[in-house]
Design a protein around this ligand. Structure first.
Ligand code: CP3
Length: 359
Protein backbone atom coordinates (compact mmCIF):
# COMPACT_ATOMS: atom_id res chain seq x y z
CA UNK A 1 0.00 0.00 0.00
CA UNK A 2 1.12 3.52 -0.71
CA UNK A 3 1.00 6.16 2.00
CA UNK A 4 0.49 9.86 1.24
CA UNK A 5 4.23 10.50 1.57
CA UNK A 6 5.00 7.95 -1.17
CA UNK A 7 2.61 9.74 -3.48
CA UNK A 8 4.48 13.00 -2.99
CA UNK A 9 7.82 11.29 -3.52
CA UNK A 10 6.48 9.74 -6.74
CA UNK A 11 5.16 13.06 -8.03
CA UNK A 12 8.43 14.75 -7.13
CA UNK A 13 10.47 12.33 -9.23
CA UNK A 14 7.98 12.54 -12.11
CA UNK A 15 8.33 16.30 -12.31
CA UNK A 16 12.10 16.04 -11.99
CA UNK A 17 12.07 13.53 -14.85
CA UNK A 18 9.90 15.84 -16.94
CA UNK A 19 12.50 18.60 -16.48
CA UNK A 20 15.60 16.46 -16.99
CA UNK A 21 14.72 13.64 -19.41
CA UNK A 22 15.54 14.86 -22.95
CA UNK A 23 12.52 13.14 -24.54
CA UNK A 24 10.16 14.80 -22.08
CA UNK A 25 11.96 18.12 -22.62
CA UNK A 26 11.21 17.80 -26.34
CA UNK A 27 7.55 16.94 -25.65
CA UNK A 28 7.38 20.03 -23.44
CA UNK A 29 8.42 22.16 -26.40
CA UNK A 30 12.10 22.63 -25.55
CA UNK A 31 15.19 21.83 -27.54
CA UNK A 32 16.56 18.93 -25.45
CA UNK A 33 19.99 19.05 -23.78
CA UNK A 34 20.98 16.02 -25.89
CA UNK A 35 19.18 14.14 -28.66
CA UNK A 36 16.86 11.63 -26.96
CA UNK A 37 16.63 8.19 -28.51
CA UNK A 38 14.33 5.17 -28.36
CA UNK A 39 13.19 2.69 -31.03
CA UNK A 40 9.74 1.52 -32.01
CA UNK A 41 9.51 -2.23 -31.26
CA UNK A 42 12.68 -1.94 -29.16
CA UNK A 43 11.51 -4.92 -27.08
CA UNK A 44 11.23 -7.81 -29.49
CA UNK A 45 12.62 -10.68 -31.46
CA UNK A 46 16.01 -9.17 -32.41
CA UNK A 47 16.94 -9.65 -28.70
CA UNK A 48 17.90 -13.18 -27.53
CA UNK A 49 16.61 -12.39 -24.02
CA UNK A 50 13.20 -11.57 -25.55
CA UNK A 51 13.13 -14.82 -27.52
CA UNK A 52 14.00 -16.78 -24.37
CA UNK A 53 11.20 -15.23 -22.30
CA UNK A 54 8.74 -15.55 -25.20
CA UNK A 55 9.54 -19.27 -25.29
CA UNK A 56 9.09 -19.58 -21.54
CA UNK A 57 5.72 -17.76 -21.66
CA UNK A 58 4.70 -19.96 -24.57
CA UNK A 59 2.39 -17.41 -26.11
CA UNK A 60 2.61 -13.74 -27.06
CA UNK A 61 -0.60 -12.76 -25.24
CA UNK A 62 0.62 -14.47 -22.06
CA UNK A 63 3.62 -12.14 -22.21
CA UNK A 64 1.30 -9.14 -22.59
CA UNK A 65 -1.11 -10.09 -19.78
CA UNK A 66 1.42 -11.30 -17.18
CA UNK A 67 2.69 -8.10 -15.51
CA UNK A 68 5.98 -9.71 -14.39
CA UNK A 69 6.73 -10.82 -17.96
CA UNK A 70 5.57 -7.60 -19.63
CA UNK A 71 7.71 -5.60 -17.18
CA UNK A 72 10.75 -7.77 -17.78
CA UNK A 73 10.44 -7.48 -21.58
CA UNK A 74 9.94 -3.70 -21.35
CA UNK A 75 13.14 -3.39 -19.31
CA UNK A 76 15.31 -5.64 -21.52
CA UNK A 77 16.29 -3.01 -24.12
CA UNK A 78 16.80 -0.39 -21.39
CA UNK A 79 19.28 -2.62 -19.56
CA UNK A 80 21.14 -3.38 -22.77
CA UNK A 81 21.14 0.04 -24.45
CA UNK A 82 20.05 2.67 -21.89
CA UNK A 83 17.48 4.32 -24.18
CA UNK A 84 15.91 7.57 -22.94
CA UNK A 85 12.46 5.98 -22.97
CA UNK A 86 10.98 2.55 -22.39
CA UNK A 87 7.75 1.66 -24.18
CA UNK A 88 5.21 -0.54 -22.45
CA UNK A 89 5.33 -4.07 -23.83
CA UNK A 90 1.87 -4.88 -25.12
CA UNK A 91 0.08 -4.74 -28.48
CA UNK A 92 -2.41 -2.44 -30.19
CA UNK A 93 -4.75 -5.44 -30.59
CA UNK A 94 -5.26 -5.69 -26.80
CA UNK A 95 -8.07 -3.13 -27.23
CA UNK A 96 -10.24 -5.28 -29.56
CA UNK A 97 -9.36 -8.32 -27.45
CA UNK A 98 -10.59 -6.53 -24.31
CA UNK A 99 -13.80 -5.62 -26.19
CA UNK A 100 -14.45 -9.33 -26.72
CA UNK A 101 -12.82 -10.17 -30.09
CA UNK A 102 -11.04 -13.49 -30.26
CA UNK A 103 -7.33 -12.97 -30.86
CA UNK A 104 -4.47 -15.33 -31.62
CA UNK A 105 -0.91 -14.68 -32.73
CA UNK A 106 0.12 -17.37 -35.20
CA UNK A 107 3.87 -18.05 -35.15
CA UNK A 108 5.44 -16.39 -38.17
CA UNK A 109 2.08 -15.24 -39.57
CA UNK A 110 0.92 -12.33 -37.49
CA UNK A 111 -2.35 -11.73 -35.69
CA UNK A 112 -5.70 -13.45 -36.32
CA UNK A 113 -8.88 -11.83 -34.93
CA UNK A 114 -12.52 -12.74 -35.11
CA UNK A 115 -14.05 -10.51 -37.80
CA UNK A 116 -16.15 -7.44 -36.91
CA UNK A 117 -17.69 -6.74 -40.30
CA UNK A 118 -21.09 -5.12 -39.67
CA UNK A 119 -23.28 -3.48 -37.03
CA UNK A 120 -24.53 -6.86 -35.84
CA UNK A 121 -20.96 -8.06 -35.10
CA UNK A 122 -20.21 -4.75 -33.38
CA UNK A 123 -23.35 -5.19 -31.27
CA UNK A 124 -21.92 -8.41 -29.87
CA UNK A 125 -18.80 -6.66 -28.58
CA UNK A 126 -18.61 -5.08 -25.15
CA UNK A 127 -19.23 -1.36 -24.66
CA UNK A 128 -16.22 -1.08 -22.39
CA UNK A 129 -12.83 -2.72 -22.01
CA UNK A 130 -12.72 -5.88 -19.89
CA UNK A 131 -11.03 -4.75 -16.65
CA UNK A 132 -9.60 -8.24 -16.10
CA UNK A 133 -7.52 -7.78 -19.27
CA UNK A 134 -6.57 -4.09 -19.26
CA UNK A 135 -6.06 -4.20 -15.49
CA UNK A 136 -3.07 -6.46 -16.15
CA UNK A 137 -1.67 -3.89 -18.59
CA UNK A 138 -2.04 -1.07 -16.05
CA UNK A 139 -0.36 -3.30 -13.47
CA UNK A 140 2.54 -3.83 -15.89
CA UNK A 141 2.86 -0.04 -16.33
CA UNK A 142 2.93 0.56 -12.57
CA UNK A 143 5.39 -2.25 -12.01
CA UNK A 144 7.65 -1.09 -14.83
CA UNK A 145 7.68 2.45 -13.42
CA UNK A 146 8.95 1.19 -10.07
CA UNK A 147 11.70 -0.94 -11.69
CA UNK A 148 12.78 1.53 -14.37
CA UNK A 149 15.68 3.93 -13.68
CA UNK A 150 14.24 7.23 -12.36
CA UNK A 151 15.60 9.20 -15.29
CA UNK A 152 14.09 6.99 -18.01
CA UNK A 153 10.73 8.05 -19.44
CA UNK A 154 7.95 5.46 -19.73
CA UNK A 155 5.71 5.55 -22.78
CA UNK A 156 2.27 4.00 -23.02
CA UNK A 157 0.50 3.54 -26.34
CA UNK A 158 -2.53 2.49 -28.30
CA UNK A 159 -3.35 1.96 -31.95
CA UNK A 160 -5.28 4.73 -33.68
CA UNK A 161 -8.91 3.77 -34.39
CA UNK A 162 -8.41 3.52 -38.16
CA UNK A 163 -5.44 1.14 -37.88
CA UNK A 164 -7.13 -1.04 -35.24
CA UNK A 165 -10.31 -1.10 -37.35
CA UNK A 166 -8.34 -2.45 -40.35
CA UNK A 167 -7.40 -5.53 -38.29
CA UNK A 168 -10.88 -5.95 -36.80
CA UNK A 169 -12.61 -5.79 -40.19
CA UNK A 170 -10.17 -8.07 -42.04
CA UNK A 171 -9.47 -10.36 -39.08
CA UNK A 172 -5.77 -10.11 -39.92
CA UNK A 173 -3.16 -7.81 -41.44
CA UNK A 174 -3.66 -7.03 -45.14
CA UNK A 175 -1.41 -5.43 -47.76
CA UNK A 176 -3.64 -2.54 -48.75
CA UNK A 177 -6.30 -2.49 -45.99
CA UNK A 178 -8.90 -3.05 -48.71
CA UNK A 179 -11.46 -4.78 -46.43
CA UNK A 180 -11.60 -1.73 -44.13
CA UNK A 181 -11.69 0.73 -47.03
CA UNK A 182 -14.48 -1.26 -48.65
CA UNK A 183 -16.47 -1.21 -45.40
CA UNK A 184 -15.89 2.55 -45.11
CA UNK A 185 -17.48 3.04 -48.54
CA UNK A 186 -20.17 0.33 -48.45
CA UNK A 187 -21.41 0.64 -44.88
CA UNK A 188 -20.53 4.08 -43.49
CA UNK A 189 -22.90 3.73 -40.52
CA UNK A 190 -21.08 0.59 -39.36
CA UNK A 191 -17.63 2.05 -40.01
CA UNK A 192 -18.44 5.20 -38.05
CA UNK A 193 -19.89 3.20 -35.14
CA UNK A 194 -16.78 1.01 -35.01
CA UNK A 195 -14.49 4.05 -35.00
CA UNK A 196 -16.62 5.64 -32.24
CA UNK A 197 -16.31 2.50 -30.12
CA UNK A 198 -12.54 2.54 -30.62
CA UNK A 199 -12.30 6.26 -29.78
CA UNK A 200 -14.01 5.79 -26.42
CA UNK A 201 -12.21 2.56 -25.49
CA UNK A 202 -8.77 3.85 -26.60
CA UNK A 203 -9.30 7.04 -24.58
CA UNK A 204 -10.08 5.00 -21.46
CA UNK A 205 -7.10 2.75 -22.18
CA UNK A 206 -4.64 5.66 -22.44
CA UNK A 207 -6.07 7.32 -19.33
CA UNK A 208 -5.54 4.01 -17.47
CA UNK A 209 -1.91 3.85 -18.61
CA UNK A 210 -1.19 7.49 -17.73
CA UNK A 211 -2.76 7.08 -14.28
CA UNK A 212 -0.68 3.94 -13.72
CA UNK A 213 2.54 5.89 -14.34
CA UNK A 214 3.20 6.41 -18.07
CA UNK A 215 4.93 9.76 -18.69
CA UNK A 216 3.54 10.15 -22.22
CA UNK A 217 1.71 8.06 -24.81
CA UNK A 218 2.09 7.35 -28.52
CA UNK A 219 -0.85 6.72 -30.86
CA UNK A 220 0.17 4.39 -33.73
CA UNK A 221 -1.72 5.00 -36.98
CA UNK A 222 0.40 2.53 -38.91
CA UNK A 223 -1.94 2.33 -41.94
CA UNK A 224 -3.07 5.96 -42.19
CA UNK A 225 -1.01 6.24 -45.39
CA UNK A 226 -3.64 4.36 -47.44
CA UNK A 227 -6.22 7.10 -46.88
CA UNK A 228 -7.04 9.82 -49.43
CA UNK A 229 -6.52 13.38 -48.09
CA UNK A 230 -10.14 14.00 -47.06
CA UNK A 231 -10.39 10.48 -45.62
CA UNK A 232 -7.17 11.09 -43.68
CA UNK A 233 -8.65 14.17 -42.04
CA UNK A 234 -11.87 12.35 -41.20
CA UNK A 235 -10.61 8.90 -40.14
CA UNK A 236 -7.07 9.51 -38.89
CA UNK A 237 -6.97 13.10 -37.56
CA UNK A 238 -10.58 13.21 -36.31
CA UNK A 239 -10.49 10.11 -34.08
CA UNK A 240 -6.99 10.95 -32.76
CA UNK A 241 -8.21 14.47 -31.91
CA UNK A 242 -11.20 13.07 -30.01
CA UNK A 243 -8.98 10.66 -28.06
CA UNK A 244 -6.58 13.44 -27.06
CA UNK A 245 -9.51 15.67 -26.05
CA UNK A 246 -10.97 12.91 -23.85
CA UNK A 247 -7.57 12.10 -22.30
CA UNK A 248 -6.87 15.77 -21.49
CA UNK A 249 -10.33 16.17 -19.94
CA UNK A 250 -9.00 13.82 -17.22
CA UNK A 251 -5.27 14.55 -17.40
CA UNK A 252 -4.87 18.13 -18.68
CA UNK A 253 -1.10 18.02 -19.22
CA UNK A 254 -1.02 14.57 -20.91
CA UNK A 255 1.74 14.41 -23.54
CA UNK A 256 0.90 12.66 -26.80
CA UNK A 257 2.99 11.59 -29.81
CA UNK A 258 1.01 10.92 -33.00
CA UNK A 259 2.53 8.51 -35.54
CA UNK A 260 0.53 8.51 -38.77
CA UNK A 261 2.75 6.29 -40.89
CA UNK A 262 2.68 7.17 -44.56
CA UNK A 263 1.21 10.64 -43.99
CA UNK A 264 2.07 13.43 -46.44
CA UNK A 265 3.24 16.87 -45.30
CA UNK A 266 -0.37 18.06 -45.71
CA UNK A 267 -1.56 15.15 -43.60
CA UNK A 268 1.01 15.84 -40.88
CA UNK A 269 -0.03 19.50 -40.90
CA UNK A 270 -3.68 18.51 -40.53
CA UNK A 271 -2.74 16.34 -37.53
CA UNK A 272 -0.83 19.18 -35.85
CA UNK A 273 -3.60 21.71 -36.63
CA UNK A 274 -6.46 19.45 -35.64
CA UNK A 275 -5.42 17.02 -32.93
CA UNK A 276 -3.27 18.78 -30.32
CA UNK A 277 -0.34 16.35 -30.53
CA UNK A 278 2.89 17.33 -28.77
CA UNK A 279 5.05 15.44 -31.27
CA UNK A 280 4.70 13.77 -34.64
CA UNK A 281 6.38 10.49 -35.51
CA UNK A 282 7.88 10.55 -39.02
CA UNK A 283 8.54 7.59 -41.28
CA UNK A 284 11.66 7.55 -43.50
CA UNK A 285 9.86 8.77 -46.63
CA UNK A 286 9.15 12.32 -45.43
CA UNK A 287 11.07 15.40 -46.54
CA UNK A 288 12.64 16.26 -43.18
CA UNK A 289 13.52 19.85 -43.99
CA UNK A 290 10.06 20.58 -45.34
CA UNK A 291 8.44 19.08 -42.21
CA UNK A 292 10.80 21.01 -39.94
CA UNK A 293 10.17 24.26 -41.83
CA UNK A 294 6.41 23.90 -41.61
CA UNK A 295 5.89 22.24 -38.20
CA UNK A 296 9.18 22.23 -36.25
CA UNK A 297 8.33 25.34 -34.23
CA UNK A 298 4.98 23.89 -33.14
CA UNK A 299 5.65 20.24 -32.17
CA UNK A 300 8.56 17.92 -31.48
CA UNK A 301 9.68 15.80 -34.44
CA UNK A 302 10.38 12.10 -33.90
CA UNK A 303 12.17 9.79 -36.30
CA UNK A 304 13.06 8.77 -38.87
CA UNK A 305 15.83 6.25 -39.69
CA UNK A 306 14.83 3.64 -42.27
CA UNK A 307 14.85 0.35 -40.28
CA UNK A 308 16.56 -1.28 -43.27
CA UNK A 309 19.62 0.96 -42.78
CA UNK A 310 19.91 -0.54 -39.30
CA UNK A 311 19.96 -4.02 -40.82
CA UNK A 312 22.58 -3.10 -43.44
CA UNK A 313 24.90 -1.16 -41.10
CA UNK A 314 28.19 0.38 -42.25
CA UNK A 315 28.08 3.38 -44.55
CA UNK A 316 24.33 3.10 -45.20
CA UNK A 317 23.68 3.37 -41.47
CA UNK A 318 26.15 6.18 -40.79
CA UNK A 319 24.88 8.28 -43.68
CA UNK A 320 21.30 7.76 -42.58
CA UNK A 321 22.06 8.83 -39.00
CA UNK A 322 24.16 11.84 -39.99
CA UNK A 323 21.57 13.18 -42.43
CA UNK A 324 18.88 13.06 -39.73
CA UNK A 325 21.10 14.78 -37.16
CA UNK A 326 22.05 17.49 -39.70
CA UNK A 327 18.48 18.18 -40.76
CA UNK A 328 17.12 18.31 -37.19
CA UNK A 329 20.05 19.99 -35.38
CA UNK A 330 18.70 22.64 -32.99
CA UNK A 331 15.11 21.36 -33.24
CA UNK A 332 12.99 19.60 -30.62
CA UNK A 333 13.97 16.24 -32.13
CA UNK A 334 13.57 12.71 -30.76
CA UNK A 335 15.72 10.19 -32.62
CA UNK A 336 13.84 7.02 -33.60
CA UNK A 337 13.35 4.69 -36.53
CA UNK A 338 10.78 5.42 -39.21
CA UNK A 339 8.97 2.19 -38.23
CA UNK A 340 9.64 -0.75 -35.90
CA UNK A 341 13.01 -2.51 -35.72
CA UNK A 342 12.99 -5.79 -37.64
CA UNK A 343 13.79 -9.16 -36.05
CA UNK A 344 16.82 -9.74 -38.32
CA UNK A 345 18.60 -6.55 -37.17
CA UNK A 346 22.10 -7.21 -35.73
CA UNK A 347 22.43 -6.01 -32.14
CA UNK A 348 25.91 -4.66 -32.96
CA UNK A 349 24.30 -2.19 -35.38
CA UNK A 350 22.04 -0.84 -32.65
CA UNK A 351 25.12 -0.41 -30.43
CA UNK A 352 26.92 1.37 -33.25
CA UNK A 353 23.93 3.69 -33.83
CA UNK A 354 23.96 4.68 -30.15
CA UNK A 355 27.71 5.33 -30.17
CA UNK A 356 27.36 7.56 -33.19
CA UNK A 357 24.43 9.45 -31.65
CA UNK A 358 26.00 9.92 -28.26
CA UNK A 359 29.68 10.03 -29.16
O1 CP3 B 1 7.53 -1.07 -29.41
C1 CP3 B 1 7.61 -1.89 -28.49
O2 CP3 B 1 8.67 -2.47 -28.19
C2 CP3 B 1 6.38 -2.17 -27.65
C3 CP3 B 1 5.59 -3.28 -28.02
C4 CP3 B 1 4.73 -3.26 -29.27
C5 CP3 B 1 4.42 -4.47 -29.96
N1 CP3 B 1 3.50 -4.17 -30.93
C6 CP3 B 1 4.96 -5.79 -29.63
C7 CP3 B 1 4.82 -6.90 -30.60
C8 CP3 B 1 4.04 -2.23 -29.91
C9 CP3 B 1 4.07 -0.74 -29.62
C10 CP3 B 1 3.27 -2.82 -30.94
C11 CP3 B 1 2.36 -2.05 -31.82
C12 CP3 B 1 1.70 -2.71 -32.94
N2 CP3 B 1 1.21 -3.97 -33.00
C13 CP3 B 1 1.39 -2.06 -34.16
C14 CP3 B 1 1.67 -0.62 -34.47
C15 CP3 B 1 3.09 -0.36 -34.77
C16 CP3 B 1 3.57 -0.89 -36.06
O3 CP3 B 1 4.50 -1.73 -36.02
O4 CP3 B 1 3.06 -0.48 -37.10
C17 CP3 B 1 0.75 -2.99 -34.98
C18 CP3 B 1 0.25 -2.75 -36.38
C19 CP3 B 1 0.62 -4.20 -34.22
C20 CP3 B 1 -0.06 -5.46 -34.64
C21 CP3 B 1 0.85 -6.61 -34.64
N3 CP3 B 1 1.39 -7.20 -33.52
C22 CP3 B 1 1.34 -7.31 -35.76
C23 CP3 B 1 1.01 -6.98 -37.20
C24 CP3 B 1 2.16 -8.33 -35.28
C25 CP3 B 1 2.80 -9.42 -36.09
C26 CP3 B 1 3.92 -8.93 -36.91
C27 CP3 B 1 5.20 -9.24 -36.21
O5 CP3 B 1 6.04 -8.33 -36.11
O6 CP3 B 1 5.35 -10.40 -35.82
C28 CP3 B 1 2.23 -8.22 -33.87
C29 CP3 B 1 3.00 -9.07 -32.95
C30 CP3 B 1 3.97 -8.37 -32.05
N4 CP3 B 1 3.72 -7.24 -31.34
C31 CP3 B 1 5.29 -8.81 -31.76
C32 CP3 B 1 5.82 -7.90 -30.84
C33 CP3 B 1 7.17 -7.95 -30.18
C34 CP3 B 1 5.93 -10.10 -32.27
C35 CP3 B 1 5.31 -11.21 -31.52
C36 CP3 B 1 6.22 -12.39 -31.31
O7 CP3 B 1 6.96 -12.42 -30.30
O8 CP3 B 1 6.15 -13.32 -32.12
Amino acid sequence: MKGPGDEIAHQGSASQRSRENPLLQALNGHVPVKVPVWMMRQAGRYLPEYRALREKAGDFLTLCYTPEFATEVTLQPIRRFGFDAAILFSDILVVPHALGCELRFEAGEGPRLSITGNLEDLGRLAGELDPAKVGKVYEAVARTRTELPEETALLGFCGAPFTVATYMIAGRGTDDQAPARLAMMRDPAFFEALIDRLVSSSSAYLIGQLKAGADAVQIFDSWAGVLAPEEFVRWSVGPIARIIHAVRAEIPDAKVIGFPKGATLEGLTALVDGAGVDAIGLDWTVDRRAVRGRLGARVALQGNLDPLRLIVGGKALDEGIDAILDDFRGAAHIFNLGHGIRPETPISHVEHMLERLRG
